[in-house]
Design a protein around this ligand. Structure first.
Ligand code: LHQ
Length: 264
């Protein structure tokens, strides 16, 4: 295991397991944790041995967003430039998660608030403990939803629910989040991590190139016309059809055996 103070990282059977690790602060982000998380996701982009990422939090929370103690207004001084904070810290990480052509699974082990909730929603498959809650906490402190939340909530939920969650900061429990399509599944607290690891391992043993192209395709659908999407499916299927994993998948089917995908 490689360990930094704020993000634990362990590579297990092709899965890069990342644990946000400031449990006393409900894993809220300080600069060090931002940089550590970003470095690990950059590593996932570069290292072919990493074929899936699993993100979770240490302790009873997933992530409470920005560490509000870092910018204590009671200490005086000029107002912080939060636009600069987003551009420097949050936005690059969000872009790296979305552009990583490998599955990113999020196991929301407890409360996910503010940017913490929205980083979870940026992941490809989100599982949550039944006790977890998602809170668009921003309006409680005079801010707007960030870390991609205004984009993802409006797309996932539509304006009525997205606006209500953002304006009221009411918590959404995991079962409701699953029923509304914000996440994939709510699971019993005591089985969450085993199920998340099993899913991540299964995906890491999958045809990584094809899975990555699938992620790119589905993300593009939000802004493509049907014609553009059909063209993209044609082009990406051409690429997938030339992969060794496609040949292996078909051969294994015909041989009635389990495929052994290499990820290329
Ligand atoms: C915390 C935090 C926290 C520090 C709990 N910071 N310590 C982007 C651009 C730049 C700047 C601004 O922000 C952003 C994006 C954002 O994320 S803005 C939204 C920031 N997050 C919040 O407003 C959430 C604040 N936290 C809460 O409302 C509650 O802690 C929740 C609802 C998440 C959990 O409530 P509880 O389960 O009752 O736990 P708690 O409040 O007792 O927290 C436990 C400890 O964690 C506590 O410390 P203590 O020393 O008293 O035990 C909290 O102070 C600390 N903590 N969130 N964001």
């Amino acid at each position: 295991m490689t360990e930094t103070e704020t993000v634990l990282a362990e590579l297990q059977q092709g899965v890069l397991c990342l644990t946000l690790n400031r449990p006393d602060k409900l894993n809220s982000f300080n600069e060090e944790m931002h940089l550590a998380l970003r470095a690990q996701i950059e590593r996932a982009h570069e290292d072919p041995a990493i074929r899936a990422v699993l993100l979770t939090g240490a302790g009873r929370g997933f992530c409470a967003g920005q560490d509000l103690g870092d910018r204590d207004p009671r200490k005086g001084g000029p107002a912080p430039d939060l636009g600069h904070t987003l551009e420097t810290f949050y936005n690059p990480t969000l872009r790296l998660i979305r552009s990583l052509e490998k599955p990113v699974i999020c196991a929301v082990n407890g409360v996910a608030a503010g940017a913490g909730a929205n980083i979870a929603l940026a992941c490809d498959i989100v599982l949550a403990a039944q006790s977890a809650r998602f809170i668009q906490a921003f309006s409680k402190i005079g801010l707007i939803p960030d870390a991609g939340g205004s984009w993802s909530l409006a797309r996932i939920l539509g304006e009525p629910r997205a606006k209500a969650l953002a304006l009221t900061a009411e918590p959404v429990d995991a079962e409701t989040a699953a029923a509304w399509g914000m996440i994939w599944k709510a699971l019993p607290d005591d089985t969450l991590m085993d199920e998340a690891m099993a899913l991540a391992s299964r995906l890491a043993a999958g045809p990584t190139l094809g899975l990555g192209l699938t992620k790119r395709l589905i993300q593009a659908a939000a802004t493509n016309s049907l014609d553009e999407q059909l063209d993209m499916e044609r082009d990406l299927q051409q690429t997938a059809g030339r992969s060794a994993d496609y040949a292996e998948g078909v051969a294994a089917f015909l041989d009635k055996r389990k495929p052994e995908f290499k990820g290329a």
